[in-house]
Design a protein around this ligand. Structure first.
Ligand SMILES: NC(=O)c1ccc[n+]([C@@H]2O[C@H](COP(=O)([O-])OP(=O)(O)OC[C@H]3O[C@@H](n4cnc5c(N)ncnc54)[C@H](OP(=O)(O)O)[C@@H]3O)[C@@H](O)[C@H]2O)c1
Length: 326
């Protein structure tokens, strides 16, 4: 598997269900492909059907190439079990429809990987009246987790929720009064608000980890490193483009596969069963910023978050996410 952190090939059957948001490109693509190559059924929860169908075709081609290697330890399936489901994280209605459709399918859910995310975008407001990074990166995933937790609680032992966070959480200010940006568009700092959204995910993993502790479900957050993906597509200013080129040429930026290794390990490796409420970098537990670790702030964020999403949750979903039903 190359140098650096790695993951084992863990053969899985098709009744192992892994759901990944933003799985049509970058890190999500690699996590989806490797999970499916090991035998699981992978649901690609994405906003573009055409892009996702292209990604599925490419994953199947890469699977055939990987299988033909003499060293391949992959299970002997003919094709991958990959399925597209529409999800737009910029809309709570889309998240709700997605979760209803998933529940109607009667399937189990063993891994929910909240991977999709936006980065360096100008100030935008969603149809739900929220700043885009806050809703796409954090709040919509939170709603999804609340709505699908009941399914995971009925899916047998060792079910995992994984949140794709970032070391950039250290650049995000913790100020709940300005959590939903409403200042002048030109004063909006996407770096700060991106950092905030990633900080919230680490704090959510800790706060929710406490609530669901002792159940069959765990929640953890991850930083994948600096990874050369579509993520930097909006780095259109000269200085940022220059920085990206430097990262690419200096080898500082990882390939999507290198960046995804820790995430794949946390998705499939049985040795991580029971790990809960933690922040991971390169397959190791790492201490996040002091703000991220602050329990009082985690609880304040939890209350504020529930305030935003309460209208979209049923009473039972709220009880489950609060650890009152396990
Ligand atoms: N790359 C890095 O250096 C780095 C470092 C730390 C953390 N991360 C995190 O890693 C995660 C994956 O990013 P990546 O680097 O793999 O970038 P990427 O290739 O741009 O992937 C992002 C994915 O999120 C999806 N997405 C964006 N908005 C969405 C929405 N409204 N609804 C549903 N899906 C949406 C994108 O879909 P479309 O293809 O349709 O746009 C895409 O599939 C992100 O959460 C990011 O914050 C990345």
């Amino acid at each position: 598997m190359g140098s650096g952190p790695s993951f084992p090939i863990v053969p899985m059957t098709r009744d192992k269900i892994i759901l990944i948001t933003g799985a049509n490109s970058g890190l999500g693509y690699e996590i989806a492909k490797w999970s499916a190559m090991m035998g699981a059924t992978v649901i690609l929860a994405c906003r573009s059907e055409s892009k996702t169908r292209e990604a599925i075709a490419k994953m199947n081609q890469e699977f055939q190439a990987e299988k033909s290697k003499e060293t391949s330890q992959l299970p002997e399936n003919t094709t991958l079990a990959l399925e597209f489901m529409h999800l737009d994280l910029a809309s709570f209605e889309s998240v709700t429809n997605f979760c209803e459709a998933f529940k109607k399918s009667g399937r189990k859910l063993h891994v929910l990987f909240c991977n999709a995310g936006l980065g360096w975008i100008p100030f935008q407001i969603t149809a739900d009246g929220l700043e885009m990074l806050l809703q796409v990166n954090y709040l919509s995933h939170f709603v999804m987790i609340a709505k699908l937790l009941g399914v995971m609680q009925q899916s047998g032992p060792d079910c995992r929720i994984l949140l794709m966070s970032s070391i950039m959480h250290k650049r995000g200010t913790f100020d709940l009064k300005t959590i939903n940006y409403s200042g002048p568009p030109n004063d909006f700092s996407s770096m700060n608000y991106y950092g905030r959204s990633k900080l919230y995910q680490i704090m959510q993993a800790a706060a929710m980890g406490r609530r669901i502790s002792g159940s069959n479900v765990t929640i953890n957050s991850i930083h994948p490193g600096v990874v050369d993906t579509q993520f930097y597509r909006d780095w259109d200013t000269g200085i940022r483009k220059c920085l990206l080129c430097c990262m690419q040429f200096s080898g500082m930026a990882r390939s999507s596969f290198q960046g995804a290794k820790c995430s794949i390990d946390l998705t499939v490796n049985p040795k991580h069963a029971g790990m809960n409420g933690l922040y991971w970098v390169d397959c190791k537990i790492v201490t996040p910023s002091s703000v991220a670790r602050n329990k009082q702030k985690q609880e304040e964020l939890w209350e504020t978050t529930i305030g935003f999403i309460r209208p979209y949750l049923k009473e039972e979903e709220l009880k489950r996410i609060n650890g009152e039903i396990k």
